[in-house]
Design a protein around this ligand. Sequence first.
Ligand SMILES: [Cu+2]
Length: 337
Amino acid sequence: MRKMMLIWTVFSQLVSIAAFADVSDGQKLFQQRCISCHTVGKGKGVGPDLQGVTQRREQAWLHRWIREPDKMLAENDPTATALLKEYNQVPMPNMAITPEQADQILAYLANPTAEAAASGDANTAAGTTSEATSPGGSSQAHDQAPTFATRGRTQNIAFFSFLFIALVIVLVFFWVGSTTSNPQTIDMKAAYKLRKVFFISGSFVAMGILAITMSKTPYADALTTPDNVIYATAMQFSFTFSNEPVSSAQELSTVSPISSLEIPRDTLVEFRVTSLDATHGFAIYNQQGVVFAQTQAMPGYTNRLRVRFSEPGVYPVLCLEYCGAAHHMMRTSLVVK
Ligand SMILES: [Cu+2]
């Protein structure tokens, strides 16, 4: 059973890697930058379902919108303003998409199913048989499970390291099992001697590694004073940034909030995160739509989150803990200059 599962996991990983290799640049970009808010054909997310959007809107409008939604909203573009209203005033952030990238994304959006079908079936992806591949058939497995493309690189590294270590452990167990079938034949004196050698040399290695890596732990960083302390208070269903701590809903209404948080790049910021009601999450996403730093926002606790931003841009902040009916709307953002 375990073996089967292991084989299945390895197999599905390999399939998704193969699929990833075939996916177009447009689809890759979409999965990296847009998937956190949009689906193609699976309904509304934070933003609209983008199925058929290339037919719904003009090419030029889409091209500009993807690159600079903030400017178009600022110019009160009628379509953009209507959408903003429909989507609860959550503005789509400017993600510094280049014109070439916008072309690639639009090419993908104009024909998403063909690509999904092709990428779901690595063997027939050459194109000749793509007609025969039904969109609901081979691509289904690809759509349901998170794939190599939708997971981050770190997760994949962690996954393969885990697989490797697990394999080593299993092999060692088999090896030990097959070599110790008859305990009578073991020379115990030699075994104890070997044990001593292992214990002493192992202790030295462990202490050595500890001494070398000690300074690399986050605790060393905790000794430095942050350049900036920001209080982040969560309450259903919003976050409030302020320069002073907030410990009650009453204080929240009197504190002067930082309406648009701007952080100079390469400075050490400490967020002191708390909640006034349920447990919330406080997750900062980077420009690639990947969680960059996160902590829990818990009632009665103040969690410190130290972050150093090096890349300028708009960082969305999302609640990562299901906290009630409007949890999905619980978001804000900060700007790194
Ligand atoms: Cu929340």
